[in-house]
Design a protein around this ligand. Structure first.
Ligand SMILES: Cc1cc2nc3c(=O)[nH]c(=O)nc-3n(C[C@H](O)[C@H](O)[C@H](O)COP(=O)(O)O)c2cc1C
Length: 199
């Protein structure tokens, strides 16, 4: 495999924008994407972003049906740089934590864990119950990364887009895909100097 290749799944937690924006950023970096949309994700994409399946699928290189457990990404022999689930619902988290492989999203995640490939779950729920917390612990113990999309305020984001991009910058770093020209923390002194300059 020469080009970078990432599996991206969007599940039915709120925050569909994270998955959509991840696809746009990966395309900018010329990373090949394999996209999976759960049935519930189709609801949140419509409700939150007024996007239909085909409009989201246009952002990916390869699209798979969520029930197609015979697809290439269901096998560890098909190479990839890992998988991002953005956002990740508590249902999908639970299925992954317990190795259910009950659809192509949870099967592809299972493959990443067994092949020791990077798996990042942008889990989203609030507050968490004990099952959620235990499932996050289980995935962490198996080598997955739990990355809730919690906004950071230290760089004074001016828009929702900046907040989303800041979380995704950190996610893409985990795949060794640093975003070019993205604002990065350069220390408190630099931060204070730049706010003095703009005052
Ligand atoms: C508008 C909307 C928002 C939702 N937000 C969340 C959420 O933030 N976290 C979550 O775990 N489930 C959320 N759900 C419920 C999931 O969609 C539901 O549990 C679904 O079965 C998840 O299936 P999936 O993992 O196959 O996408 C939401 C549902 C809707 C319709």
């Amino acid at each position: 495999m020469t080009a970078r290749r990432l599996i991206v799944a969007i599940t039915g937690a709120t925050g569909a924008v994270y998955g959509v924006r991840a696809l746009q950023l990966l395309r900018e970096q010329q990373v090949q994407t394999h996209l999976l949309l759960s049935d519930a994700a189709l609801l949140t994409l419509q409700q939150e972003l007024q996007l239909k399946r085909r409009e989201v699928e246009k952002l990916a290189d390869v699209c798979h049906a969520v029930r197609d457990v015979g697809a290439c990404i269901a096998s560890g022999s098909y190479l990839s740089d890992g998988m991002l689930i953005a956002p990740c619902s508590m249902r999908s988290l639970a299925a992954i934590a317990h190795g259910l492989s009950d659809n192509l999203i949870t099967r592809a995640a299972d493959v990443c864990l067994k092949e020791r490939r990077r798996l990042v779950l942008m889990v989203r729920e609030t507050p968490f119950n004990l099952a959620h917390l235990r499932n996050m612990t289980a995935v962490t113990e198996m080598g997955g990364v739990i990355f809730p999309p919690l906004p950071a305020f230290y760089q004074h984001p001016q828009s929702l887009e900046e907040m989303v991009d800041h979380s995704l910058l950190r996610v893409l770093d985990l795949f060794g895909l640093p975003m070019q020209n993205a604002p990065r923390w350069a220390g408190l002194k630099a931060s204070l100097n730049s706010s003095d300059a703009s005052a």
